[in-house]
Each structure stands twice: as structure tokens, then as C-alpha cells.
Design a protein around this ligand. Structure first.
Ligand code: NAD
Length: 333
């Protein structure tokens, strides 16, 4: 942890140029893929950011993702010392991105999933109340909806999660509602579609764009399950980060679907990467994975209305930027 000494050892008392007060914000999971884009966006707005992250070996977190000017605490969200960090930093807002983030791991080890995604969340919420935090922003998921009968998914679509991960994310939304009504801790939950962009872990079991981009750059083949015509709603990480900026002051007590409304198939991702790289990666076909939905598509009208948010990155631009990032970065193995 590096910060100048003052009444608050973490805060240097800067003000942002437009006269707004700097917020002290703890971003849990801020060394990870999405969390680090949120940290970048908050730093760009002039806020004072502390990242709390365990750099979990099965997650996408890397110390190098955290900008130098942000404070960094290497700690598990379940640790009892979280209380000390919260009471010293005195955050006004907590942005909670730390999680067991994988559907596949949650099905193999639902107990671990619940320990991090439920008990870890509760440790963050209890300490938020004690430290007088005004608001918690939460990274929820389209996985809370399961395989809905109708598309697009809206904020009124019934939540029927089909994995332990989707269940713990849904439970987390209920805890947030409880803490708001009973303890006065405000929240906004953002239910992401499939987020993609620079810094996504290409070695995980999910994140097809990062996995494919890395394979193309290594001149390796890719595996396409089912017939490749299954679609997802891919939303660019920088657009997601802007939703997290908007939710600092808007969307009190709200839960919002964050997606583009555009369905993109695995085959079209493959073709776009052939175009970006000039390499015809060999394809192996595999059967549909159990539980895989055919299509996903999100209608973010409520976020547009309440958060004044909309995605601004066309898919092919985001894909090119992601590919260019992996080309420049040493791809972590
Ligand atoms: N990637 C997506 O498409 C997507 C979609 C919906 C929701 N989300 C949610 O967004 C958040 C970020 O996901 P991501 O894709 O950036 O994953 P990520 O693995 O890159 O980021 C998660 C971060 O949390 C940290 N972490 C994990 N367990 C922790 C613990 N016990 N204590 C402290 N830190 C811990 C990891 O080290 C990592 O830095 C997660 O909450 C995830 O569930 C992601």
C-alpha cells in the first residue's frame, strides 16, 4: 500500500478539475480483467482508488493490471483484515468485482463458489456498513437468468440460474437489496452479458474471444463446439467500465442488464479473427457442451434510461482492439 500520510493515510485530498469532489473508492477484484478497466475509468475521472485483490491463481488477476497511482492491497475478500483496510481507507463507494468468476469451476466446486461469492460478499457488505460506505456497485451477471424462454433478456426477465455461479450472483443481488432496506447501504447491480476486451485471461475455460485471439497469435488451431452458430451478446470492457462510472451517482437500488442487443455467433468471431490476422486457424469441431444455451441477447433499455449508459464500441472495432492488445502484450500462459 503506497499513499501519503494524512488524516486518511490513503487520500491525498486532490479535487477533480470540474469541481466535483474526489471519491475514495475500493475496487475489489481490481487487478482482474473487468475490474482493472473500471479502475482505469475511475482514475481517469480523478478518483482515489484502492484495489483489494487476492490475485487468485485460477482468476484473471495480475498485479501489472493495476495502475501505479492506485493503492494495492493483496488480500482475500474473506480475510478478517478487510475490516482494517476499510476503516483506514474510509471508502465512500465500494465497487465489488472480486469473485469466483467461472461457471465451470462453480459446477465442480459449488462450496468454494459460495464461500467467495456469498460469504466473501457478506464480509465486504458488513465492513461497508461499519465503515460508513454510501454505495456498493456490484458485478452481477446474465448467468442469473439461466436459459430464458424469450429473448432479449430484460431486467424483468425471471431469474432462473442454471449453475451454482448464477445462483450465487442472484443471491448476492438479494443481499444487496436487504442491506439497502435494512442497513441503508445503497447499491447498483450491473448484470453483464459476455464481456470481452484487452486483459481478458486467454487461458480460462470461458472468454472465447481472448482464447481464440491467443490461439490465432500462436498459430494454433481452435475448437468450435456445436455448429458454431450459437450466439452471445458481447459487450466491450471499456463500455462496461463507463457503466460503472455512471452508477457512481445514478441507479440507486437498481439492477441493470448491460449488453449491446447484438447477437454474435462463434463462427463470425472466427471469421473476424481470420480477417484481422490473415491466418486461417485450423478448426476442430466438438459437440454442444451440456447446458449451453443457443442464443443470448440483452436489452439494456433500463440502463439507458436510468444510467444514461449505452455501449459505443462496434463489435468489429472492439475485436480488432482486443486482437491488437494480445499481439503487443506477451500472452500470459
Ligand atoms: N467476464 C465476463 O464476461 C463477466 C460477465 C458477468 C459478470 N462478470 C463478473 O465480473 C467480475 C470480474 O470478472 P472477470 O471476468 O474480470 O474475472 P477476473 O478473474 O479477471 O477478475 C476477478 C478478480 O477477482 C480476484 N479474486 C478472486 N477471488 C478473490 C478473493 N477471494 N478475494 C479477493 N480477490 C479475489 C481475482 O484475483 C481477479 O483479479 C466477477 O465478479 C465476474 O463474476 C464477468
Amino acid at each position: 500500500m503506497q499513499r501519503a500520510a494524512s488524516a486518511n493515510p490513503f487520500c491525498d485530498g486532490r479535487r477533480v478539475s470540474k469541481g466535483d469532489r474526489i471519491l475514495r473508492i475500493i475496487v475489489t477484484g481490481g487487478a482482474g480483467f473487468i475490474g482493472s478497466h473500471v479502475v482505469d475509468a475511475y482514475m481517469a475521472e480523478g478518483h482515489d482508488v484502492l484495489v483489494l485483490d487476492s490475485l487468485w491463481e485460477q482468476g484473471g488477476g495480475r498485479r501489472a493490471n493495476v495502475p501505479e497511482r492506485a493503492s494495492f492491497v493483496h488480500m482475500d475478500i474473506r480475510d478478517e483484515n478487510v475490516s482494517r483496510i476499510f476503516s483506514e481507507f474510509k471508502p465512500e463507494v465500494v465497487n465489488h468485482h472480486a469473485a469466483q468468476h467461472s461457471v465451470a469451476i462453480s459446477t465442480r466446486d459449488p462450496i468454494y463458489d459460495a464461500q467467495v461469492n456469498v460469504v466473501g460478499l457478506l464480509n465486504v457488505l458488513e465492513n461497508s456498513v461499519k465503515a460508513g460506505v454510501r454505495k456498493v456497485l456490484f458485478a452481477s451477471s446474465g448467468a442469473t437468468f439461466g436459459n430464458p424462454e424469450r429473448l432479449p433478456i430484460t431486467d424483468d426477465t425471471p431469474q432462473q440460474p442454471t449453475s451454482p455461479y448464477g445462483i450465487t450472483k442472484m443471491v448476492a443481488e438479494h443481499y444487496l437489496r436487504y442491506y439497502r432496506s435494512e442497513k441503508g447501504l445503497d447499491f447498483t447491480a450491473l448484470r453483464y452479458g459476455n464481456v470481452y476486451g484487452p486483459r481478458q485471461d486467454p487461458n480460462g475455460e470461458a472468454g472465447v474471444i481472448a482464447i481464440f485471439a491467443a490461439a490465432f497469435l500462436r498459430h494454433e488451431g481452435v475448437r468450435i463446439d456445436w455448429d458454431g452458430e450459437q450466439t452471445r451478446d458481447y459487450v466491450y470492457a471499456a463500455d462496461v467500465a463507463r457503466a460503472n462510472v455512471a452508477a457512481l451517482e445514478r441507479g440507486a437500488g437498481g439492477r441493470y442488464v448491460i449488453g449491446t442487443g447484438v447477437k454474435t455467433s462463434v463462427n463470425s468471431i472466427y471469421r473476424a479473427l481470420v480477417g484481422a490476422s490473415g491466418f486461417d486457424a485450423p478448426v476442430t469441431h466438438a459437440p454442444r457442451r451440456p447446458g449451453d444455451a443457443r442464443d443470448a441477447q440483452f436489452d439494456a433499455s433500463r440502463a439507458r434510461r436510468d444510467l444514461a449508459w449505452e455501449p459505443s464500441t462496434p463489435f468489429l472495432d472492439g475485436l480488432q482492439a482486443t486482437y491488437d492488445y494480445f499481439k503487443k502484450a506477451a500472452i500470459p500462459r
